[in-house]
Design a protein around this ligand. Structure first.
Ligand code: HEM
Length: 177
């Protein structure tokens, strides 16, 4: 990884992404992954609500949970050790100001994004762990249903907002010029 980072051919540290923007590899991976996670989440809730396909809902939710966890770890490694500073890649954007990084539109959009992303990650883990413990196997409605409906909906809305605010930040920082 370190070697790859060093042989990167562009002006920015780290490995460039594949979308043709200023995003790094992992930024592009996570940006695209959210386009898959959102429809899968909507499908999964549709399947459990209207088709009562509990087992498929469980598989889809645990599957996306694991994929997201791997993506978050890879993303953190990329940001901390390889790409280092997203600010360098954001500098050409008219929405980023290096002297006012947390007051400019790109910085504010990152704060808003993180306000959704961090609680949603914790909520996602909580809902999955509680669901595995609280529902029988194979899953079906149980006394845990009430709590699951409340927290499951909150986790779902949190994930939609995480994706939406993440896309806005990506545009403001790494596409706009
Ligand atoms: C973060 C992961 C999860 C989220 C966001 C989530 C979300 C939801 C939502 C929003 C509903 C309600 C749908 C409606 O409006 O009727 C629901 C229902 C349900 N979920 Fe999940 N879920 C997750 C994980 C799981 C897991 C891992 C299991 C099984 C172990 C599970 C089992 C169920 C069952 C059995 C129901 C139906 C409850 C009932 O109608 O009584 N869910 N889920």
């Amino acid at each position: 990884m370190v070697l790859l980072a060093q042989v990167s051919s562009t002006a920015y540290p780290g490995i460039d992404g594949f979308l043709g923007t200023r995003g790094s590899l992992m930024l592009d991976v996570v940006f695209l992954a959210m386009f898959a996670v959102v429809p899968v989440l909507l499908l999964s809730v549709y399947l459990v609500r209207y088709r009562r396909l509990f087992k498929l809902h469980k598989r889809l939710q645990l599957g996306t949970g694991i994929v997201l966890l791997i993506a978050v770890v890879a993303f953190e490694i990329d940001m901390r050790f390889i790409t280092h500073e997203w600010e360098l890649r954001a500098e050409p954007s008219p929405f980023f100001d290096v002297d006012n990084r947390w007051g400019c539109p790109a910085g504010i959009s990152l704060i808003v994004h993180l306000l959704f992303a961090v609680p949603t990650l914790l909520l996602w883990i909580y809902v999955n762990v509680q669901a595995v413990r609280g529902f029988p196997s194979p899953p079906q409605p149980a006394p845990h249903s009430y709590s699951h409906l409340i927290w499951g909906r909150a986790a779902g809305v949190g994930m939609l907002m995480t994706a939406f605010t993440g896309w806005i930040f990506y545009y403001l920082a790494f596409i706009a010029s």
